[in-house]
Design a protein around this ligand. Sequence first.
Ligand code: ADP
Ligand code: MG
Length: 712
Amino acid sequence: MASRSDPLGSPRKAPPAAAGAGSAPGSASKSQPQKALEKLGLRRDIDLALHLPLRYEDETRITRLADARDGDMVQIEGQVTHSEVTFRPRRQLRVTLDDGSDTCVLRFINFYPSHQKTLSVGARVRVRGELRGGFVGREMVHPAFRAAGGELATALTPVYPTVAGLPQAYLRKAVLSGLARADLTETLPEKISSKNLPQPLSSMREALSFLHQPTPDVLLATLEDRSHPAWQRLKAEELLAQQLSQLQARRVRAAMRAPALAAPLMRGTQCTLHDQLLERLPFRLTAAQQRVGAEIDADLKKNLPMHRLLQGDVGSGKTVVAALAAARCMDAGWQCALMAPTEILAEQHFRKLIGWLEPLGIQTAWLTGSQKAKERREALAMIESGAAGLVVGTHAVIQDKVIFKNLALAIIDEQHRFGVAQRLALRSKMTQGGEEPHLLMMTATPIPRTLAMSYYADLDVSTIDELPPGRTPIVTKVVAEARRDEVVERIRGQIAQGRQVYWVCPLIEESEAIDLTNATQTHEALTAALPGTQVGLLHSRMPTAEKKAVMSLFTSGQLGVLVSTTVIEVGVDVSNASLMVIEHAERFGLSQLHQLRGRVGRGAAASACVLLYSTGEAPRLGETARARLKAMAETQDGFEIARRDLEIRGPGEFLGARQSGAPLLRFADLATDTALLAWARSLAPVMLDKHAELAHRHILRWLGGKAEFLKA
Ligand code: ADP
Ligand code: MG
């Protein structure tokens, strides 16, 4: 696909002096392209060498006009038979070119006298551009051109991804000189480099040189689908770098120490906190909860820092597993911290945990950005003295002023909502003798297996793959906005049965104001439509105290319906709620929809989720929105949802949203490059053990300074 927006090395945006050729690096305009290079992240030679072409142009041959088809990128040579400046529809230079087989028109909106001179009648010129079927015949708009004759290129011409202010010609030169200078000495150990691969790997220098300047005989399709051996080498390199860095991070962690949290020996009938908590729970743990609990216990007993992700679908009961881990930690005489991304979520955990732990004599401290100074001072004192065994809060937990007496376990709920830096900060809260705290991260958005294998090789994963018994499946309906009245009728039905309803309003990220209007209008409309029912409103602009008040009215059952704009408050737990309506569901991401739906179906009552969609001005729903809603209607399994989400969005975006800072794969594709991934996985430990120097150089080449992030 030829993009019209990138400057094809044509004179379209170049200054007069540069007609026909790009301005060279080192000219007066040097600083702007230099800045643009930085903006693209092209600082080191290796970065330039790895900046690969979007596509290629063929300047190795001259095509006869009669042989070219509309839409082709071609180079032709011929004589100018006509040249004029016209003013309709706007000022432009129109030139007719005859190559003996046919004619075509060249059109220039921006042109200088020097252009006109080169393109004057009788001149023989070589032009290159996209041939289009025009109004009055075939034409090229703003082709690159120069005098005819001269040598033909011997390699295809690369066209690079670029930004404004960085002409192709400049970028091309920069890339080629970066490539020439880059250290591409072999980092793959000689004997094993191609073992278990379908084809031997070429050298990295060969591969990159080829990708930047392929010989004209190459099958372009093998470059496009990245199956060419040069691509294979590049992808193998990239996957290896990723596996090496993950494994290295894992080994760095294995060299660190954490307090071993073995339970103290108990005498007589006195029982551990852990067992007392277990005994007092109003339910029995599911088999899955017991299994992950045992996995966590085994980690905590070791003097290696745990680095475990607890994944379990919404409602699968992660909180109680976290509470049991906290009890283990306190049994051993250490402190535990639990951090959640929003205040409502943190407070919910706090209430639940004090309900479970206070009767057992545990003091819990509460930390949040919005609390009063006095309250905060008291909490800080309890944390520092060790009086508080458990600390629950928001980001406030990781502030500098918070000093733990002896933190040994950090639990992070909805871990993907926190950045790498925040996780590192929480870990650094442990100060004793160079030890690290154990880390338990929880998520309701499971990671598909292929991603877990590659991105999270440095993470142990525990999975709760079963819901507590007695839950009835949630029926999901996708309903057009036009049928809103029927939905309101449905709400009436639920209210009549003493149930409660969530109504989530559209998320328009650009405009909180519009969000608010929508929610307010819906709130008014529902209040009018449901006389005798209390309808509450919750939105992101409300002060925290007010939000809490509304939330507690809903929790206590005084509100029948809760209209909310805040999709952030995932995790709220009101088991009497049996209907979830999501307005403009087409605007939400798949995992968000799944999380929202998980707010219902928490009790034994039959629950439903209505996805109201609107096509707005458009005649029908967009393709990805349709795919998302379809997935929601078809499955309730969080793992399946995650798999489809990955399919719809691709791994880059999927992970990008989860974990800022993690280097993503630029070249390899986990779905198709499974053989290369397996190769990289098996090679990584061998390289670290036997070829440490090569491994180090390899990681540096690919990750530069970013490797730090992998430790979080
Ligand atoms: P999530 O995994 O989404 O964080 P929660 O921990 O909030 O789920 O649990 C959802 C609900 O299920 C809570 O009300 C919790 O008390 C309850 N629950 C947890 N485990 C069990 C169980 N084994 N049996 C019955 N109910 C349970
Ligand atoms: Mg939860």
